[in-house]
Write a protein that binds this ligand. Structure first.
Ligand SMILES: [Fe+2]
Ligand SMILES: [Fe+2]
Length: 192
């Protein structure tokens, strides 16, 4: 059955994504300046460990092994988070970057679970869909909590004075070069 194969691939991707987050979330918790944000990331780390267990249960139900796919998407999203942790900003403005990175990870997970739940429901895999829905609901709640905790942080960040521009690092220069290439490649399609 083809859809089942697609679902298993999706779930292996999610399993890799969650495992990557088990390693990445402590870095966000450590990096964040705001104590509320710190505790949210620490609490979501515990939830994430539970999500890994639920995914293992899903694979048991499917009689398949959970490994086999590395989630490149989450690797990229976590890489963006590392950029936020390296930013030369202070206090609330530093945290504003971390909030952006955290919301990206949650919404990447939300997308993965939304798609796989639909597939599981289509295949009438009720127990699988129910377990995945538990994970999805935790991701939705986490994204919401981060936004709520983020509101006063963003307001405080908006009041911080802008910093004088510093020369770009080699990593930033390379990233800027790639972004100009992205623009160039899109130009002919945009002109149509
Ligand atoms: Fe998760
Ligand atoms: Fe999450």
């Amino acid at each position: 059955m083809a859809l089942k194969d697609v679902l298993i691939d999706e779930l292996r991707d999610m399993y890799s994504a969650e495992n990557q987050l088990v390693k990445a979330l402590p870095k966000l918790a450590k990096g964040a300046k705001n104590p509320k944000l710190k505790s949210l990331f620490a609490a979501h780390l515990e939830e994430t460990k539970g999500q890994v267990i639920r995914l293992k249960q899903v694979f048991e139900l499917l009689e398949e092994k959970p490994t086999g796919e590395h989630c490149n998407g989450m690797e990229g999203v976590i890489e963006e988070g590392k950029d936020a942790l390296e930013k030369d900003e202070e206090g609330p403005s530093f945290d504003a970057g971390i909030i952006g990175a955290a919301i990206r990870t949650e919404h990447y997970e939300i997308a993965g679970y939304t798609a796989s739940i639909e597939m599981a429901k289509t295949l009438k895999l009720t127990k699988v869909a129910a377990l995945l829905t538990k994970n999805l609901n935790e991701e939705l709640a986490a994204a919401k909590k981060i936004l709520i905790a983020g509101k006063p942080i963003l307001l405080a960040s908006a009041k911080q004075p802008e910093k004088p521009k510093k020369p770009k690092s080699n990593k930033e220069k390379y990233s800027a070069e790639l972004s100009r290439e992205d623009e160039k490649k899109a130009a002919s399609s945009l002109a149509k």
